[in-house]
Design a protein around this ligand. Structure first.
Ligand code: GCB
Length: 616
């Protein structure tokens, strides 16, 4: 689409990279009620027939004279709770894929911002616009999929990608009196997007994660990293590496890191690019408690830039591979996992709170997990942080799913950006051990080039974690499954999905022989089958809990025979919504492969898996 009134629908406008550790800053939540207008025909861009100076919904126009014609009114339009997906908030929007416009108003009174949101502390003082000391960032945890943002009718930016954060500097767009933020969200699917036209989950549209105004100093830490180095540790000492980046290229600023519990205080100077280049320092091994599922130790860390300080809670651990083993803190570990979609624990809809995260993760714990595969896109930050506190390791993934447009440069750039934003948001989380670059991608030269480059790029951003992707098994002949994927050379861990017992006869399981010709750890990233909770019958009766239970028994017996198996993440923790799953009375638009039903009841297979993990 060409430029129309300042709207460019092609370029991804990313004025500022998202601020590291946004939760550490004083902020004013814009969650709560937003007015919305459903715009089936993209009218909101073009409504300028009567009044060319007021065209577009983003102008939030109001009639000034009795004869004025303005054919919309945000304030009389319905309201929706944000964050949420519109599909479960308004039954008319259940299957909707298209554009919805949202508006939120708030007041600025003498430099103090005020919303109708009761969770905002009364004494929350925000700077007046153009303050010399502070900036105001408008931060979105995620919006699915394509969104344009205006503040008081002025364009703040455009973003694509449904699962990663973005922020804009809106300091100069705010004003005294009433302010508004208007967001146009479009979740139509396209062949060139990431994910692409088809995928097995609900295309929930909307402002699906927290929105807030964040107060940052004019000069702030746009990013920092604090990690235990894996190569440079020895019995007596461990090496911690620190690096940081300011939002501006300014030399001579002091960045200090303080970890009181370890009696560490180090100060570094920024270089001309505004960076603290990777610097290392030692800690005595016996003083450092390492993060692990048994002891998810986090240290309080204070990072100061000149006189401004942010706090974080950071854990230290190493993750590496040795031949077919995964080593956490130097010791072999079996990843007892489960795959999870970002859906609310009870019923459908996008999960978006720490309570949702705690419920989902407590089910994983009950199952006996020390690890979760967060499929098939980066989940919200609550999920990662809760898992870190609970001692659960994480596989985090970008939505390069099935048949991506491998040869399109814009698609590659989109995937690369989502990977960048996933890694930059979470690279200080000790529990993230694997970055996954894709799921079940059909083999081709073009795919190898796309994903090969992505893998190398991921490694250049973060060399301290493992790279993987969920592969497909293609070499099945008779009862021999041979894994044969060129992407093997790019990954640290060989992971694949297999559905014996569901897309293939369960009686094949005992006869299967696996050939995995790579000297790398192996994870079965998916296996499973569907059952409707409460539907009982013989073990060969599809959709019964007994069918699923038997499928799990047979699969687990088979997995026990795979040499070098280092972990599993069965598909999936909870039944989840999918438009592909249409069987009436059974699926009703839910993928039923959950070990827990859509409303939270545990199926029989849950206990089979639990027993297996207990004995692992
Ligand atoms: C898969 C996909 C997953 C699907 C699952 C299924 O292999 O990775 O996204 O939901 O199979 O249920 O068929």
């Amino acid at each position: 689409m060409a430029m129309m009134g300042g709207i460019s629908a092609t370029a991804q406008d990313r004025a500022l990279p998202p601020v590291q550790n946004v939760m550490a800053y004083e902020s004013m939540s814009l969650n709560g009620n937003w007015n919305y207008i459903v715009d089936v025909q993209e009218e909101g861009y073009y409504d300028y027939r009567m009044n060319p100076t007021q065209w577009g919904f983003f102008q939030n126009a109001k009639p000034k004279r009795p004869e004025d014609l303005i054919e919309y009114d945000f304030d009389k339009s319905p309201v929706m709770r944000i964050p949420s997906d519109w599909n479960t908030q308004d039954e008319r929007l259940f299957f909707y894929e298209g554009t919805v416009w949202f508006k939120k108003s708030f007041l600025m009174d003498n430099g103090k911002l005020i919303t109708d949101n009761s969770s905002v502390p009364a004494n929350c003082q925000f700077p007046i616009p153009n303050s010399q000391q502070n900036k105001v960032l408008l931060y979105f945890g995620a919006v699915n999929y394509d969104c344009h943002v205006w503040v008081n009718g002025k364009k703040a930016g455009h973003h694509i990608g449904g699962f990663t954060p973005f922020n804009y500097d809106v300091t100069s767009l705010l004003k005294e009196g009433e302010n508004n933020v208007i967001v146009k969200v479009d979740n139509k699917r396209h062949a060139q997007d990431v994910p692409t036209l088809i995928f097995d989950w609900w295309n929930y549209g909307g402002i699906t994660r927290d929105v807030k105004l964040v107060k940052v100093p004019t000069l702030y830490l746009q990013d920092y990293s604090l990690q235990l180095e894996r190569e440079k540790t020895n019995e007596k000492n461990r090496t911690i590496a620190f690096s940081a980046k300011l939002n501006q290229a300014e030399a001579g600023h002091k960045v200090t890191i303080l970890i009181p519990e370890l009696k560490i205080e180090k100060t570094f100077d920024t270089d001309a690019q505004g960076n603290v280049q990777c610097s290392t320092f030692n800690v005595q091994s016996k003083k450092l408690q390492l993060w692990s599922p048994q002891n998810p130790k986090l240290y309080k860390v204070y990072i100061s830039l000149d006189t401004n300080t942010v706090t974080d809670s950071i854990g230290f651990r190493t993750i590496e591979t040795r031949d077919k083993q995964i080593l956490l803190n130097g010791q072999p570990i079996f990843l007892k996992g489960i795959s999870i979609h970002e859906e609310k624990p009870n019923g459908g809809g996008r999960a978006n709170s720490s309570e949702d995260a705690r419920t989902l993760l407590s089910w994983a714990k009950e199952l006996g997990c020390n690890y979760v595969r967060l499929a098939h896109y980066p989940h919200n930050e609550y999920m990662v942080r809760e898992a870190e506190r609970m001692g659960i390791m994480v596989w985090s993934e970008i939505p390069c799913y099935w048949t991506i447009a491998w040869t399109n440069p814009a698609t590659y750039e989109n995937a690369r950006q989502q990977l960048t934003d996933m890694i930059s948001r979470d690279h200080n989380r000790a529990n993230i051990i694997i970055w996954s670059i894709a799921n079940e991608t059909p083999h081709s030269k073009e795919r190898d080039q796309f994903l090969g480059n992505l893998a190398k790029y991921a490694r250049s951003l973060d060399s301290t974690r493992l790279i993987s992707m969920a592969m497909e098994v293609t070499g099945a002949s008779n009862y021999v499954n041979r894994l044969n994927d060129n992407m093997n050379e790019y990954v640290d861990v060989v992971s694949f999905n297999q559905y014996i017992g569901w897309y293939r006869d369960v009686n094949d399981a005992p006869k299967m022989h696996w050939e995995i010709p790579y000297n790398k750890p192996v994870i079965i990233s998916e296996f499973g089958g569907g059952a409707r909770y409460g539907y009982h019958g013989a073990k060969n009766q599809r959709w019964t809990e007994e069918f699923q239970e038997n499928l799990y028994r047979e699969n687990l017996a088979m997995l026990d025979k795979i040499e070098g198996l280092s972990g599993t993440s069965p598909w999936i923790l909870k039944d989840f919504r999918s438009p592909r799953r249409v069987l009436p009375g059974i699926q009703d638009f839910y993928n039923r492969k959950g070990l827990v039903s859509d409303s939270g009841e545990k199926k029989k297979a849950f206990y089979v898996m639990q027993e297996w993990y207990k004995n692992k």
